[in-house]
Design a protein around this ligand. Sequence first.
Ligand code: NAD
Length: 349
Amino acid sequence: MKHRLAMVGFGGMANWHYDLIQRIDDLEVAGIWDIKEERREYAREKGVHVYESMEDLLADESVDLVLAATPNDVHKEIAVRAMEAGKNVVSEKPVTLCSADLAVMREASERTGKFFTVHQNRRWDEDFLTVKNVLAQGKLGEVFRIESRVHGSRGIPGDWRQEPEHGGGMVLDWGVHLLDQALLLFPNEKLETVYATLTNVTNQLCDDGFTADLGFANGIHVLVEVGTSNFISLPRWYVLGADGSAVINDFGRDGKIICATGINEGDVVPVITAAGLTKTMAPRREDTIRTEEMPWADSDIRDFYKNVMAVIEGKEEPKIKLDEVARVMRLMEAIFESAETKQVVKFEA
Ligand SMILES: NC(=O)c1ccc[n+]([C@@H]2O[C@H](COP(=O)([O-])OP(=O)(O)OC[C@H]3O[C@@H](n4cnc5c(N)ncnc54)[C@H](O)[C@@H]3O)[C@@H](O)[C@H]2O)c1
């Protein structure tokens, strides 16, 4: 069955969707609507049909799927209108700005019977899937801490991402991806505690970075950090277990796993520093550690839309479930609350 998708908003991300969809069987772009003439003109030049208006787009009976790819504050209105017009909807992330708005969107989906999901595309990030493989392999022994970071050095990009009324800021922008991933590392564990700090280095109105310590019921702490004033980047992932450590440096295949061999080191040779000596922080002798192969994962982001089409056809369950999306939204709210009150928030304790 062929599906036809119309895009509302044709900025940077919609353009990415457009190019992706050219590589997906049974899915085609019917056209776009954007409030900016320059983006409509860009679409025409690209050979994409441009609707006269949002109403014109929604009236196209050949369209069964609408993508909301506007600034974050407009997703709700577009999604609700599209579902009421009989369309299934994919919203870009973050789904909207708060849990109350998400409830309105979910209610529209239930009322109209239309499928509604969110483009949490970074579930297909190969670095994230590799960390899941590392945990599943169990070679690190009992894992006690995971750190997940993205670092840039140009502040908040663009225009609306700098403005609270449009849902700007890094918690909603990158946080929504990293927090979604963090919750999926232990999908059946309660997240008991959240402690967060925000940064406002380049922007006083919206957070331009944050750290969040997530304390799970299994005792594992996950540190999530987004920074935009980091001229030296720390690794994308750092995973610590009782018997080994793993590091993944970036979004590609650059990383390593070091595990203890179990050979007793005997008498550790201390490191002499300028002001003293330490055995505790001395490096391992080579025969007491070994490098393990990283279980690199492969993914195909086209599977997102293939799943959307299969759900519409009644053949599959959604890969991105609205309960998961709602949990991430509550977590982002807990992060703002923790940063505001300077307190640990009891989340699902
Ligand atoms: N999933 C990802 O990896 C990813 C990456 C980047 C952006 N995004 C998301 O995609 C969305 C768009 O981001 P972007 O980077 O493309 O922004 P952008 O500013 O490049 O594009 C947004 C477009 O929406 C248009 N627009 C605004 N209000 C509109 C309305 N009411 N009706 C129709 N068009 C309207 C603007 O004119 C603009 O062309 C955001 O929600 C963002 O968070 C997701």
